[in-house]
Design a protein around this ligand. Structure first.
Ligand code: CP
Length: 319
């Protein structure tokens, strides 16, 4: 793989899941694969899990890692094209990415959407500009519309915990005080459509995700009906795609509670984290044995390791 920005960059997701699970059982099994290589991780937005797990994954493969937090560690970076740079930003992404490409063999970037201009966000303008300008293999650490490392870790976690060959997986919206991106749900749906699961999406009207992601996945507006018989419940808030970036419903009854979980087939509870307790999910669900959120977070290491290993193998074979 020369880039990892969505499921569409992956030749075979079964191989990637298998590789992640093998790395989980023996994290140092390829500890010299990336020897002599340097990876730069550029964060335009905050992170706990992605920053740590990607760093550990690279280190397990013998790759040196450098992390930059834009605005704190670097000059403020302008991402728009054709702009008069007489404001706060002292450097353009084109030069910043170009320089990083000269210093590093692999790069990762986190760039959230502005949630103002849907066309700009959904064209992945910042990510694509970065990829073009750095001219090196790039891993998305979450972009405007997708979070593929999270989705791969979610798939690995479902593969570990499933009790039936084709589990029912429910992606449910829950209310949140802030307008959040659609990246995690978009990406989750995109990956689950390629996985051996029966996916159902549930949300209030007005929260329909983009058609390119949903495809023929059933959407059930009644959350109780959607949860019936579920094997996995994946909760997440997102802002409206139609009324772009807006909060159009604040109904707290979409929170995942013990009563809601009682409708399921003893489902496992999933969330990408960070999660707001007693807003998205009740304490007694998150603290229960049914919660596998820490497994998901741990699997971020091995998902990243599988992706980096595939990219390094490609890099080695083409040089
Ligand atoms: N799930 C996830 O991406 O977490 P961070 O935002 O902390 O990296």
């Amino acid at each position: 793989m020369k880039r990892f920005t969505s499921v569409h960059d992956v030749p075979n997701i079964d191989d990637l899941v298998r590789s992640a699970r093998e790395f989980k059982s023996a994290p140092r099994r390829s500890e010299s694969l990336g020897s002599g290589l340097t990876m730069g991780l550029l964060f335009l937005n905050p992170s706990l899990r992605t920053r740590m797990s990607t760093h550990i994954a690279a280190r397990n493969l013998g790759i040196d890692v450098m992390v930059l937090n834009v605005g704190n560690d670097t000059w403020s970076i302008e991402t728009r094209d054709g702009i008069l740079m007489d404001g706060a930003a002292g450097e353009h992404m084109k030069e910043a990415a170009g320089v990083l490409g000269r210093y590093c063999d692999l790069l990762g970037i986190r760039t959230f959407p502005g949630l103002v201009d849907r066309d700009y966000d959904y064209a992945e303008t910042v990510l694509e500009s970065f990829i073009t300008s750095c001219n090196k293999p790039v891993v998305s650490l979450e972009s405007a519309t997708r979070h593929p490392l999270q989705s791969l870790a979610d798939l690995v976690t479902i593969d570990e915990h499933k009790q039936t060959p084709r589990p029912k997986v429910v992606l449910t919206w829950a209310a949140h005080p802030k307008a959040l991106p659609q990246a995690v749900p978009n990406s989750f749906v995109e990956w689950m459509r390629r996985a051996p699961v029966d996916l159902v999406i549930t949300h209030p009207e007005g929260y329909e995700l983009a058609e390119e992601f949903v495809g023929d996945v059933p959407v059930e507006y009644n959350q109780d009906v959607a949860l019936d018989g579920a094997d996995f419940v994946y909760a997440k808030n997102w802002s409206s795609y139609r009324d772009y970036g807006k909060i159009v419903n604040t109904d707290p009854t979409w929170q995942i509670t013990r009563n809601k979980m009682a409708r399921t087939a003893q489902a496992k509870f999933m969330h990408c984290l960070p999660v707001r307790r007693n807003v998205i999910v009740a304490d007694d669900v998150l603290d229960s044995a049914s919660s596998i959120v820490l497994d998901e977070a741990e699997n971020r290491i091995y998902a990243a390791q599988a992706v980096l290993a595939a990219m390094v193998q490609d890099l080695r074979s083409s040089s």
